[in-house]
Design a protein around this ligand. Structure first.
Ligand code: ADP
Ligand code: MG
Length: 225
């Protein structure tokens, strides 16, 4: 796998992870080492997959990289910013799509605008473009319960990227989808990524999960316990 060519208008930022480890319950009588120190240097605009069996610390690593979980040791920077608080120039996706039942697909996407106090008109235009790009225009004004699981996950993908974040972190986002739907959503992700080239951390438990998209794949081994 070769690194992607530098793109001129890449939005991505470098991510540096140096000797980052996590012990849960550090100050308790039963500390638990969830992640032995790991290091990785990720270039702006790279698509990185992190692969490893369940329980090896993938989600823990991602949460620390996003600044959502305190690390026990090591240093993380994104761009030139040391991560000591939740990083905001980011889109995060989880396995469960987490759409709100009482908002239409479009209004779920526009949550980003509400939360981040962004220009709603501009965000709506950008969201419309993305719905069209993924051929989801019919879903735009429907509620989550009216959509298939695959469509909900694709709407969630639009929400993850609508504010043009420099970094995308995705924790097994296709895990709950059947094989065919997963292919569709993966194609969508690729199309969206090529659009603005954010730096991507893509987490999956299966090697087959993201190979086609990845510039590099990091394998996290399970801790022998
Ligand atoms: N908040 C927590 N407190 C204690 N242990 C945790 C916590 N979160 C995760 N763990 C443990 O840390 C290990 C790594 O978890 P996780 O990062 O979720 O693994 P993965 O995402 O690779 O499946 C697991 O053994 C898990 O049970
Ligand atoms: Mg996990």
């Amino acid at each position: 796998m070769t690194p992607s060519p530098q793109v001129q208008n890449a939005l991505g930022l470098d991510i540096s992870i140096k000797n980052v480890g996590k012990v849960f319950g550090e100050t308790t009588p039963n500390p638990f080492q969830a992640l032995k120190p790991v290091s990785m240097d990720i270039q702006a605009g790279e698509f990185i997959s992190i692969v490893g069996p369940s329980g090896c610390g993938k989600s823990t690593l991602m949460l620390m990289a996003a600044g959502l979980l305190a690390r026990s040791e090591g240093d993380i920077t994104i761009g030139s910013q040391p991560i000591v608080a939740p990083f905001t120039d980011i889109g995060i996706a989880f396995q469960d799509h987490l759409l709100l039942d009482f908002r239409t697909a479009m209004d779920n996407v526009l949550l980003q605008a509400d939360i981040r106090h962004l220009d709603k008109k501009r965000m709506r235009e950008r969201a419309q473009d993305l719905f069209l790009k993924l051929h989801l225009e019919k879903a735009m004004n429907k509620y989550p319960r009216q959509l298939s699981g695959g469509m909900r996950q694709r709407v969630s993908l639009i929400r993850t990227i609508v504010h043009e974040p420099s970094v995308l972190m995705m924790d097994e986002p296709f895990g709950a989808l059947d094989a065919l739907t997963r292919l569709q959503v993966r194609a969508d992700l690729e199309a969206l990524w090529l659009d603005t080239r954010p730096t991507v951390l893509f987490i999956t438990h299966s090697v087959g999960g993201a190979v086609g998209l990845s510039d590099r794949i990091f394998v996290l081994r399970p801790e022998p316990r």
